[in-house]
Design a protein around this ligand. Sequence first.
Ligand SMILES: [Zn+2]
Length: 350
Amino acid sequence: MVSPLALGFGVIMLVAMSDDDGGGGGGDFELSAGSLRVGKGYVPAQYAGLIEKAAADCDAGLPAAVLAAQIKQESGFDPNAQSWEYKKDPKTGKMVKWRPLAKGIAQFIDGTWASSGIDGNGDGKKDVWDPEDAIPSQGLMMCKLLKTAKKHPEYNGSPIELALAGYNAGWGRVEQYKGVPPRSFAEGQTYDYVKIIMANVANLTAPDTSGDPEVSGGWGLPVKAPLGTPYHQQGGMWSSGYHTGIDFEVSVGTTIHAIGPGKVVAAGPGGAYGNQVVIRHSDGMYSQYAHMSKVKVSVGDTVRGGTVIGLSGATGNVSGPHLHMEVRTGPDYGTDINPLPYMRKKGIDI
Ligand SMILES: [Zn+2]
């Protein structure tokens, strides 16, 4: 377990959890509460609304599932979670419990809570142990970090990954490493923190039940073509400073297929992306297809894996025809993740 701004103290941290039932609530079945998957093993029902509001209050595109995955990692949804700083007893040489470190469901340390904690429920006191204060404070802090991260497209990592790293280790560390700190920093705590949370986002996102249940085609490649520029390649031609997706080398007019079942949430001109399609998949993740010459679906359409969504092209900011594809945690630019592990997990041979 790790905590906001707690790293770099040069001391060992251990979390003493008061219980580990994940905060209870939910039951054995899944309930859908907006964008989060609620229930046992997912997001406890009593916190889902707070988390979704904290995400919605951020105008920088902060997915609720990111906050939820973060809380799961910080405290296991335990509002009484307490971590301690340990230090070496000079007499015995043993590590002994020294002083309280991170507190509550979002694991704030005192200094960070003093500067970033808010009275979320307006009851007149700012209480780190109260999820109604701690979760809005976490959301606000993540929102600020996300905005800062978006100003640093040259850093290594998506804005959400950078914000998570900043929450964990302090933004100064992100600046120092110009990205998510590497495995060598703090025994990999920040590196792992970001990886684990990003891996949990899809799991904590509500499945989309709005589509036709009969339409549940399998997963597959958008086009059969060689791969071009890989994910995260650095370069000045991208506004983000790095390549936010993967490229398939296809000429103009090649049919593009949805990689999996879902619902079309964007279809049409998308600025530098040219003509684009964005699909929300049944697991809550998104795929995006850019630079199309022709778009063949409309917002609200239900698609399955393999549905033709358009033709490849060279619209938008391109040096030549290709299909640019992204996998995202949210519908918008800046929420990209590496598409390859996601697609492979879905059984796509890539
Ligand atoms: Zn591309």
